[in-house]
Design a protein around this ligand. Structure first.
Ligand SMILES: [Zn+2]
Ligand SMILES: [Zn+2]
Length: 256
């Protein structure tokens, strides 16, 4: 299985970089996980969206989904035959927001003429060819799901956005590669009690990788100036496995 970073920015983009967007390939399938601002331009350097089996959205924060509005313009303006429309899997309960967004950009049918929109159920695996992606709820400011992607005997765990929680360890359990958000430079940047946490520091991402016995850790969704060595150094204090800071445009082998 292969993971390609199309964007690693948090909601406040790193200059010249896209927000969340991750291409996963394996088992004869190709899936885009998250599609934040700037991701479509990066995707088109490699693939036409017709070469995707699906786009999967972790949650309804704009840095993970707003480029769906852009993606629609890749297609002719007339409606496509239903069987040709790109499959787009949204989080449970997001239909009203998608309709609001479509109306907001001037056409209530903005998405449905080009996409086959559906919602996952929060727990059942999504299967595309020989790849399965199992959603798992994370701890965030709004409902959010990470994914365990399995293909070719390899396992990739993607946290999406999350604070520290048991589910992150379950999500990452014995993953070949844990793709973890690491948005915070310090815990003080997160929501403070009594509010619940919503993001991780690099050290907290590393704790999850260590506790879950993941083989390797790729830190993403972080404010990276230069090579992001501050984040890698913090994670290396905690986790003995291989650690990388996600590099836009780079492809990582998952598993053997
Ligand atoms: Zn978020
Ligand atoms: Zn985010």
């Amino acid at each position: 299985m292969k993971l390609t970073i199309l964007g690693r920015s948090p909601a406040w983009p790193n200059p010249g970089e896209a927000c969340a967007g991750y291409l996963v390939e394996g088992g004869g399938a190709r899936v885009l996980m998250d599609i934040g601002p700037g991701v479509v331009a990066q995707l088109l350097r490699r693939h036409h969206p017709d070469e995707l089996d699906a786009v999967i959205v972790s949650h309804m924060h704009t840095d993970h989904m707003l480029d769906l509005a852009t993606l629609r313009y890749v297609y002719p303006w007339r409606a496509r035959p239903r069987e040709q429309r790109l499959r787009v899997v949204m989080p449970p309960g997001s239909a009203d927001q998608m309709l609001d967004l479509a109306r907001g950009v001037g056409n209530a049918r903005h998405f449905e003429d080009s996409f086959r929109l559906s919602e996952h159920d929060g727990s059942s695996p999504l299967v595309f060819g020989g790849m399965s992606l199992t959603p798992m709820a994370t701890e965030h400011f709004i409902p959010c799901w990470g994914f365990r992607a399995e293909a070719d005997g390899a396992l990739l765990a993607y946290t999406a956005d999350t604070g520290p929680c048991d589910n992150v360890r379950t999500l990452a359990d014995r993953a070949d590669l844990l793709l973890s958000e690491a948005t915070l430079r310090s815990v003080e940047e997160d929501a403070q009690p009594p509010e619940r946490r919503g993001h991780l520091t690099p050290a907290e991402a590393a704790e999850a990788a260590r506790d879950a016995r993941a083989a390797s850790l790729v830190l993403t969704h972080l404010p990276a100036d230069g090579d992001g060595s501050w984040a890698r150094d913090a994670a290396a204090q905690v986790f003995d496995g291989a650690i990388a800071v996600a590099e836009p445009g780079r492809t990582y082998e998952v598993g053997r």
